[in-house]
Design a protein around this ligand. Structure first.
Ligand SMILES: [Zn+2]
Length: 367
């Protein structure tokens, strides 16, 4: 094979990627991987489990875990993370798979980290053909030195280029904010991360929790109240907050913030669909609005809805009346999560919403 041609093709491919954000999924020879750690925000010197889950049709030959330990402090008035002297820095574990399994699920525990730690971990998985894929995430460990500021649980980039979600413990259900953390593991890793719209842009989702608790009432309560701590409400990095409660309530949203039970993963993804992507409800009795952004899932006339579908290659006849003058371009037979949030199940975002989500992600990072 002519190496010059490979270089040229890779160059073209890179340009296409930058121009339109292409998501590669479903190819048998690609490594698919997910990573996680536990417990969330480990306390001082508490052992931490790092886990990688990967599949690759070509067979997997190796996995490696790298950990980078930073110390958090205030330097010249700035909250700063600096490499910790004598801290963990680099490769900590290698798994070799001479039988080249098509799937792996490995965990490595590290003894704990002191107060004021910020950790980055990186898993790199290499397939039998020598192709590698990696995931890199960061989180706080040990006592948090920055007061009531939201504590990073899962992130990898500049907040301006990410969707930053802060969880707030409902004070009626959790004696401390930290008591909520075990419930968040499933909500993040087995909730948000299994949603199709989140998965296609997983790197864009960052999660935090508030050291201070809050409160959300039932929708039908009088007065109807939501209390988001000011350090979250006024945060320059948080895009929306979710009050986590275990008492069963009729949930609602206001100002981009919402409440949910941690087990209602579909509710959380639906509400984040409103808050992050400005998608609207596709059911009667929900909130309806249209938008000047491309690909919205509510139209205020049948003809506008039909022209959207026609211009996107979908049947005009798919448009259905929601209520009053409001129309949805994707039919109820598709059962989008914006039509029915699924509560503890996780319905997919469907075609119109997926297009909106793709567009939204493409706006987050400017080349
Ligand atoms: Zn809704």
């Amino acid at each position: 094979m002519n190496p010059m041609r490979i270089v040229a093709r890779r160059g073209v491919f890179a340009v296409v990627l930058a121009a339109s954000v292409i998501y590669l999924t479903g190819c048998a020879s690609m490594t698919r991987m997910s990573t996680r750690y536990k417990p969330l925000h480990p306390s001082n010197n508490q052992s931490v489990d790092f886990t990688v889950n990967a599949t690759d049709g070509d067979g997997i030959s190796q996995a490696r875990l790298y950990v980078y330990e930073y110390a958090l402090s205030v330097v010249n008035g700035m909250q700063t993370a600096t490499k910790r002297n004598n801290g963990t820095w680099g490769l900590v574990k290698t798994w070799n798979f001479p039988s080249n399994p098509t799937s792996i699920n490995e965990t490595h525990a590290l003894t704990g980290f002191p107060a004021s730690t910020f950790l980055t971990f990186l898993f790199r998985v290499t397939d039998k053909k020598g192709n590698s894929k990696q995931e890199e995430w960061s989180f706080a460990a040990g006592d948090w030195p920055f007061g009531n500021n939201p504590i990073p649980l899962w992130g990898n980039g500049a907040p301006a280029e990410r969707i930053d979600v802060c969880f707030v413990a409902d004070r009626t259900d959790y004696a401390t904010a930290r008591n909520m953390l075990p419930d968040l593991e499933a909500l993040i890793f087995d909730g948000y991360h299994i949603n199709n719209g989140v998965k296609m842009g997983k790197k864009y989702w960052q999660f935090y929790y508030s050291p201070q608790r809050g409160f959300i009432s039932d929708f039908d309560a009088s007065p109807r109240t939501m209390d988001i701590p000011s350090s979250v409400q006024n945060s320059t990095i948080i895009d929306h907050a979710a009050v986590i409660h275990t008492t069963v309530k009729r949930d609602w949203a206001s100002g981009g913030n919402f409440g949910t039970e941690p087990t209602n993963i579909g509710t959380a993804a639906h509400e984040s669909g409103h808050a992050a992507f400005k998608l609207m409800d596709e059911y009667s009795g929900g909130g309806h609005n249209t938008s000047s952004d491309p690909h919205h899932n509510n139209y205020n006339s049948k003809s506008n809805c039909e022209s959207y579908n026609t211009s996107n290659g979908w049947p005009a006849a798919d448009c259905q009346n929601i209520e009053g003058s409001w129309w949805r371009p994707e039919p109820s037979s598709l059962t989008c999560i914006m039509l029915n949030d699924g509560d503890a199940a996780m319905p997919d975002f469907e075609r119109t919403c997926i297009n909106r989500i793709s567009w939204f992600y493409s706006q987050l990072e400017t080349p």
